[in-house]
Design a protein around this ligand. Structure first.
Ligand SMILES: [Zn+2]
Length: 120
């Protein structure tokens, strides 16, 4: 936005109807001034804060995953549990063979083959 021809005072405090260029178009509007705009933005933000509440999503409980993804389980853990684990804890979890005794030999072989392929 350019304020060609406006005084510093007019830019700050407004000056009736003003014509300016915005995105290659000439627009004529009531100019209330930067100070008033900033004040209104501040007030609006303050008002918005009064209406804001922190609340987990009813659908994913804050995990930001769709129901199909949330249904994925790794052993006795949901994918959401795995994601929430600190890296050291998940390393221990995945290192412990007893957490994966439920896997059949065929599944274990397939996993090893896929990991080998994916690691290149
Ligand atoms: Zn959600």
């Amino acid at each position: 936005m350019r304020f060609r021809g406006l005084s510093k005072k007019a830019i700050l405090y407004g000056e009736g109807r003003v014509t300016f260029r915005w995105k290659n178009r000439e627009i004529t509007r009531e100019w209330i001034g930067v100070v008033r705009i900033a004040h209104d933005m501040f007030i609006d933000e303050k008002n918005l804060h009064d209406f804001m509440v922190e609340k987990s999503c009813d659908s994913c409980n804050g995990h930001r995953l769709n129901p199909r993804s949330l249904a994925v389980r790794v052993g006795d853990k949901s994918i959401a549990d795995i994601i929430d684990m600190p890296i050291e804890k998940s390393y221990k979890y995945f290192s412990k063979k007893s957490n994966f005794e439920f896997l059949t030999d065929t599944t274990k072989t397939n996993c090893k083959t896929n990991l080998k392929r994916d690691r290149g």
